[in-house]
Design a protein around this ligand. Sequence first.
Ligand code: IMP
Length: 210
Amino acid sequence: MKSRSSRKKIVLATSNPGKLREIRRCFKGLPLEFLSLRDIGGSGDVEEKGTTFLENAKLKSLAYSSLSEYATLAEDSGLEVDHLDGDPGVLSARYSDPGATEKKNIRKVLRQMKNVPWPGRRARFVCQLVLSHRGRVIKTCRGQVRGFIALEKKGDRGFGYDPIFFYRPFGKTFGELRPEIKNTVSHRGRALKKMRIFLLRHAGADDKRT
Ligand code: IMP
């Protein structure tokens, strides 16, 4: 088995604690060493001026990959509501600007969806992952999950819009799911599963998932 220091290193280029938790959980057992932005002295946000999740994930991945010699994984994700023509979309984190918070973002979506009957409450979460190395994109993976905007908040797990994202197969919001259950069906879990297979092939070792 390779020692920790001889393992290939990958920078996880996100400072969102909710995302980091899910990424680390999905990559558990991979024979790689994961670094944070802080480990490579990365600071400050990259301006997300793209109009798609892919554009923004590329912007972040390429910008942060120029800070170190390591492959760098960035992601952009968000909620798209059919009735709102795909909003909040790439603005998900800042939807209730100025001074956006998760609570205010949720309140805004619920207000906009007030009186919209159940079939019209369709929504999806999308996650776009981009892995870059030395200024070049080497792999992109996308995942999505369909659900509905709940009538009210339910559950206090997860982060962001989880408490108002109702997932019909489980009859629960994502905010009510244990993290390991959310990861099996979520947009991020699905994208990470594809990336895991790619990383495993390139780390040149067996899957050590327990
Ligand atoms: P960004 O990718 O950092 O620009 O922000 C993505 C935003 O989308 C987050 O701040 C959340 O508001 C929302 N989001 C993305 N993924 C999830 C999720 O798994 N659950 C709940 N909200 C999410």
